[in-house]
Design a protein around this ligand. Structure first.
Ligand code: NAD
Length: 510
């Protein structure tokens, strides 16, 4: 492997990302039992024809061009990875909490050392602006550190108080076993860290499947795990597509599934999980509300609305994609919001001035474009945007519709793009009714000068995480997950660790 780099190249640039891709990442391979196992080398013929012979292309979404060709893992790799993870479980589950904490800190250290490289790969493969990719990498590091510190404090036995004085009751935690971790493309490295860190902390072994759309940042993880000497088989990485995900989630030797993705696939995964009665966590879609009360600071409201829907080009499960605004301030807010939105710099992620990048793929562009066409058919009032940009890459203008009826598909469905729908309310009761009018219930933002009224609203809105007068900061200490069709279970926080452990109780005579 040629590890030389050109010192004249800026650390976070397209050139630097290509350098890392060429010199450090292993394509056409799955990471199984501590080794990169080649799927099948690319022939000259497949090199010249991206659609031939099961060749999988990775794209730079800012220009819509192929950046790498690879072959994806197969169900045979799933078998090998399950065997490796099952064999590794016996010793990994017996490691001490301080040993596991040491490995988790080592992953965080290794990510810090490769920070610029991971950021550059994420910008190249995902299209997100550099500043957003930096936040992602920092969030991933914070997750590994958080679970290192949390597990280090976990006692082997805790005393449970009982009403029965003649006995003692002790409680301990055991790892669930071999876990299948499946993540989407919108936050590579982050969604995997939210699963991998607590799974390893708990003493589980894993099969991790990154999204086939954004493989590059997560391929770096294989190198990191080798570099820190993580015991073989504890983590196996399968760069595969749906077929591999399905083989993982229906395998009878998998004990737990943790899936983040769309509701359509979540439903399939839940069915697949029934085979062998597996434990399951699902982090699915959202259609979250941002409520702007009449006493809100309008400039702050604009910042939070824009941050909540246009960050990551709206490809966020917790995007506050439904704006509810008090009727007394609606017109002034919309005017400010229009100016604010039209001033957003759209461009490729590596450009320092870029505030919003492209959508991740041609398929995602098609999905969002479809909703823009529905909006035209439904005659929705477009405050700004509403178009696919006429340029290379997968760009959509930041879009806001007002007076959107509750019957519109844009009101009820997750668009997963930079499209905000809005309506007005007359009082808190109506705001609550509107906020709760969704099959999803993941998160919500409330903008108000009256913190206690905002807190009262948080009690009444069906969601798992709230921000009051704040951007969408997600701390590793706070549990993450929703109600209703936004999923099952919680990630992050202590609940995130509990998702990979089962309690055991021992009762004995005093
Ligand atoms: P997706 O459901 O298409 O894919 C998610 C993952 O599942 C991918 O790795 C994919 O390869 C895999 N997969 C596909 N078919 C499978 C099958 N039959 N069995 C097992 N795995 C299979 O989702 P996406 O388009 O990658 O991501 C966008 C979706 O993810 C949005 O709906 C978004 O709301 C959701 N999401 C939710 C959260 C959350 O925390 N709630 C976070 C991020 C994304």
């Amino acid at each position: 492997m040629n590890m030389t780099t050109d010192s004249s190249i800026s650390a976070i640039s397209r050139e630097a990302a290509f350098n890392t891709l060429k010199n450090e990442l292993v394509l056409n391979a799955a990471y199984i039992d501590g080794e990169w196992v080649t799927v099948a080398p690319l022939s000259d013929e497949s090199d010249s024809n991206s659609n031939s012979d099961n060749v999988h292309c990775l794209y730079d979404p800012s220009v819509g061009q192929v950046i790498a060709k690879t072959r994806l893992s197969t169900t045979a790799h799933v078998e090998a990875a399950v065997t490796a993870a099952t064999a590794a479980l016996a010793s990994w589950s017996q490691t001490t909490v301080s040993e596991r904490a040491r490995y988790l800190h080592a992953i965080a250290d290794a990510l810090e050392e490769r920070f610029d490289k991971v950021v550059a790969l994420s910008v190249l493969n995902n299209g997100k602006p550099v500043e957003e990719a930096k936040i992602d990498a920092s969030d991933a590091i914070a997750s590994y550190r958080y679970y290192a510190n949390l597990i280090a404090k976990q006692e082997t036995w805790t005393e449970v108080s009982t009403t029965e004085s003649s006995v003692r009751l002790l409680k301990t935690y055991a790892p669930i076993g071999v876990c299948a971790l499946i993540v989407p493309w919108n936050f590579p490295m982050v969604t995997s860290a939210w699963k991998l860190a607590p799974a390893l902390a708990a003493g589980c072994t894993v099969l991790l499947k990154p999204s086939e759309v954004t493989l590059l940042p997560e391929l770096m993880l294989g190198n990191i795990l080798s570099s820190i000497g993580l015991p073989k088989g504890v983590v196996n990485i399968l760069p595969g597509a749906a077929e591999v995900g399905a083989a993982m989630t229906s395998h009878t030797l998998i004990d737990k599934i943790s899936f983040t993705g769309s509701n359509a696939i979540g439903e399939k995964v839940m069915t697949q999980a029934a085979k062998g009665i597996k434990d399951i966590s699902l982090e699915l879609g959202g259609k979250s509300a941002i409520v702007v009360r009449a006493d809100a600071d309008l400039d702050l409201a604009c910042e939070l609305i824009v941050g909540g829907i246009f960050t990551n080009a709206g490809q966020i499960c917790s995007a506050t994609s439904r704006l509810l605004v008090h009727c007394d301030i609606a017109e002034s807010l919309y005017q400010k919001l229009k100016t604010h939105t039209q001033n957003i710099n759209i461009g490729e992620g590596f450009a320092a001035t870029t505030q919003m990048g492209p959508l991740v793929s041609q398929q995602q562009l098609k999905q969002v474009h479809n909703y823009l066409q529905i909006a035209t058919e439904e005659n929705l009032a477009c405050l700004t945007g509403g178009q696919v940009l006429n340029r290379a890459g997968y760009f959509v203008s930041p879009t806001i519709y007002t007076k959107v009826p509750k019957t519109s598909r844009l009101w009820t469905e997750e668009i997963f793009g930079p499209v905000l729908v809005s309506t007005t309310f007359r009082d808190d009761a109506e705001a609550l009714r509107l906020a709760n009018d969704s099959k999803f219930a993941l998160a919500a933002t409330i903008v108000s000068a009256d913190q206690s009224s905002a807190l009262e609203m948080a009690l009444q809105i069906n969601a798992g995480h709230f921000w009051i007068n704040e951007q969408q900061i997600v701390l590793p200490e706070a549990g993450w997950g929703g109600f209703k069709q936004s999923g099952i279970g919680r990630e992050l926080g202590e609940d995130g660790l509990a998702a990979y452990q089962k309690s055991k109780h021992v009762l004995f005579a005093k």
